[in-house]
Design a protein. Sequence first.
Length: 126
Amino acid sequence: MTDTTDAKPKRVKPKSRPERWAEAVAAGQEALAKLEGQLNQLEPHVEAVNAALATLEELKDEYAEWQGNLPENMSGSETMAKLEAITSLDFASPELDLSSALDITAATEAFDEAESADLPRGFGRD
């Protein structure tokens, strides 16, 4: 029987930098390939986001027209303040495309602003 208490543990040779580099490259390529496949599944959602942003931009234009047609005596009114707040929102620049679909911050902020906007209800109802 051999005494194993005095046996030195076998030294594990660490991987070389080129080996670790190659592993990192392969891992990154694999992750990107998976991500690329998932981006194709995002296309209908990206189109839906862009359609909603376009609708908000069109509605903003309608509010701007309303604002332009308000009588001068309404210039300091709550309705005018709400219309100014709505017309200052930007729904055109956060449009998404698949290359930027991972960075949805601008679109998220635009929808948050739209959701929290205090819409005017009409003459004398604000």
